[in-house]
Design a protein around this ligand. Structure first.
Ligand code: UD1
Length: 337
């Protein structure tokens, strides 16, 4: 029988790409999303890409009664939990809102899953849990914590909740996927990242600058101890990231217990390298200048991606140029929508 997978936050940037991947693998996909940072057209667009629409519930995961109805109606076998607030700066301004939303929704989800005998969960974690002190590249065995903002702490705390839960009951299988820097978009140009207002993250700022929506990109800092002086990050194409979730679901089906797995390419690129690759791959200028450092940025970090290769038989396939081309196609298609 085909597997039924619930994606919380499945209408968002990463969730929509996970939905496409799972539908293409023959799963039934249920999306529970409150549309607080996404829109319902995404559901139809996922259907346009795959030929099969996911089943959509407009639901806040923290709303227990609504979530109970989803579990009562659908034979959910496993959950990919992507719902959550994710803006780093906003989390510093509104910490209680972040702790309330991200922790409360996860607790409700886990209680409802347990009550319905569903105990396989893939959690959308982040490399931010490695904090500021670890040497690079990051391996999963390193100590976590020392996060620089409440958003990061919610990821850290949810990882801990899942660890305690899996230790208490061997029927649970919890895989925490630590994402590095997801960028790119589906090559159809139908789904991608749609930030509200002025983007905080690099790639949407680059695409909006190329499109003329922003005048100029400020490269935050040119005096870091890196080869070209700009920060280095492990950019990962969102379609590769989505394949990692499908592989993690297979793993969770076979193995019980808690595990953290990095999803990154294992290769860092600098901010300027990304800008130059974007210009060349798309043959379009991105006006930019090197400005001051942004507070809280680390000079360089990237994944040791060995564990994902060993346990999930997964590694990234797409290049930085693919990420730049697909992000630009999405920007052009989504303008005005
Ligand atoms: C941040 C978060 C991470 C989160 C991710 C979402 C931290 C420490 N990091 O990563 O948890 O998952 O966002 O994708 O909390 N840059 C510019 N100009 C810009 C924007 C960015 O030069 O206008 C540079 C930054 O200085 C940084 C790099 O681009 O060096 C990447 O920045 P960004 O996309 O915001 O991601 P991170 O800060 O790495």
């Amino acid at each position: 029988m085909e597997r039924t997978i619930l994606l919380t936050g499945g209408a968002g940037f990463i969730g929509s790409h996970v939905a496409v991947e799972l539908l293409q693998q023959g799963c039934r996909v249920i999306i529970a999303d409150d549309l607080s940072n996404s829109c319902e057209d995404v559901v139809q667009r996922i259907g346009a890409i795959t030929g099969r629409e996911p089943i959509f519930y407009q639901t806040d995961v923290a709303d227990r009664a609504a979530l109970e109805r989803v579990f009562a109606a659908e034979p959910v076998e496993a959950v990919v939990h992507l719902a959550g607030y994710k803006a780093v700066g906003e989390s510093v301004q509104k910490p209680l809102m972040y702790y309330r939303n991200n922790l409360d929704s996860t607790l409700t989800l886990l209680e409802v899953m347990d009550a319905h005998d569903v105990r396989q969960i893939i959690f959308s974690s982040s490399a931010t849990v490695y904090g500021e002190k670890n040497p690079i590249p990051y391996t999963e065995q390193m100590p976590t914590g020392g996060c620089t903002n409440p958003y990061g702490w919610t990821k850290y705390m949810i990882e801990q909740m899942l660890k305690d839960l899996a230790a208490s009951d061997p029927r649970w299988s919890a895989v925490c996927l630590r994402y590095f820097n997801p960028v790119g978009a589906h090559e159809s140009g139908l789904i991608g990242e749609a930030p509200n207002g002025i983007p905080n993250n690099l790639m949407p700022y680059v695409t909006q600058t190329a499109a003329g929506i922003r005048k100029e990109l400020t490269v935050f800092g040119g005096d870091y101890p890196t080869p070209d002086g700009t920060c280095m990050r492990d950019f990962i194409h969102v379609v590769d990231l989505a394949r990692g979730h499908a592989a993690a679901l297979e793993y969770a089906r076979r193995e019980s217990g808690w595990i953290a797995i990095n999803l990154g390419s294992g290769r860092p690129s600098s901010v300027l390298e990304l800008v130059h690759t974007f210009q060349e791959a798309n043959d379009i200028p991105v006006p930019h200048r090197v400005g001051d450092r942004r507070e809280g940025d680390l000079a360089s970090y990237y994944a040791d991606a060995t564990r994902a290769k060993e346990l999930l038989d997964w590694q990234t396939e797409k290049t930085l140029a693919d990420m730049c081309r697909d992000s630009w196609r999405w920007q052009q298609n989504s303008q005005g929508k």
